[in-house]
Design a protein around this ligand. Sequence first.
Ligand SMILES: [Ca+2]
Ligand SMILES: [Ca+2]
Length: 433
Amino acid sequence: MKFLIKHKLILTTIAIQLIALPLILFAVKQQQQTNTKATAGTTLSLTPASVTSGLGQNFSLDVMINPGPNLVSLAKIEIIYDPSKVTLDPTNPVVVNAQAFPQVVEGPIYTNGKVQVTISIGSDQSKVIQTTSKVLTLNLKAAAVTNETSVSFGPDNSIYSTAPGDRSDENVLSTTIPASIKINAAPTPTPTTQPSPTPTIRPSATPTPIPPPSTPTPTPRPTFTPTPTIRPTNTPTPRPSSGPTTTPAPTPGKTVFKINGLKLHGLGKGGDSPNPTGGGTQNPLRPNRTLSVEIYNTSGVLVTSFNGTVAYNLTTGDFSGSIDAPDSVISERYLIKLKSPFYLRKQVSGFLSLIKGQVNTPAQTTLIAGDVNSDNTLNIADYAIIMGCYSDLAAPRNCDPAKKLSADISDDGKVNHDDYNLFIRELSVQQGE
Ligand SMILES: [Ca+2]
Ligand SMILES: [Ca+2]
């Protein structure tokens, strides 16, 4: 009997384990899926998800954003619709929610069946979107009878975030939810909106293209004056012939500063203020950078300053170089500060006990980006230059080659969301040292 009970107990334990194992595996898999999703995590939706309208009547759709775990700074929105079924209200087609997004960065641009607009929180880092908010309202008109037509998000939507877990150039949009429109022949007195029970959730990467109108019933185009679609002149900045990473050999007898592993925010493995270990532009267009070395005595009085060049290393994602100090520099304990154009000046940690006539290596240092006008401060003046040169959907508003060079803080030849978002992310430190 005792043996039987023991046997039964063993069998029961095995049975429980057999049942529990798939459950544990399932739970682990679920966890992994949740984690995968959480890396992007922001949702754009059109509400109400379902609208029934009478022919010729006006109706509105709101674009809503649920930031998820992200802190949204900028939204690039592209709405597509079938212009043979639905038209834009000619007087007021797009109303941006200026409370949440006070800065219209570009657009709205109206093309056949498409609305594009890029909006941001402006220059105040604390205004990032952290809760579900209205982005804008689309005012539309029911133009042709149909059982179903959709108003949805096109392939070119992107959301940028200042969260520490995100990169400055990372699109954190994960999901877009369209709206379904039914247009009845007899005009209903008031358009009824019904919350749809199950909105179709589609990944933003694969939008269903709107089929071309089957019957060529030309919808009269609204009479509003659309913003002309000015495509930015897509002349890529010519890459300088690379071969810059040849560190010149130090001159014998010279006092040399060996700069090792200098990180520039937004470039290579430089990270940025909220995410120091994050990445940046892997192939910066200007791999050689001027670096000013300032030497101060232990009382903080400037002794001398001199310039040299540091070069980008693709493998390590940072900058290195050897810079000759003037002969007047004597062996002494010094404070060192480093400054490169468009970055805040930074004091190297600790003192450097300099030995004249030898190679001296200051501690590894990281420079903060975004000082577009190189006055050692991050403020509205830098922001204004970035906004003036911003060019993604349209030509820049106020830019020239020099401004463009300085505003392109991600150094990829373009001034757009990457540079804006990097600047906003850097604002936790606004003054150079
Ligand atoms: Ca500045
Ligand atoms: Ca850029």
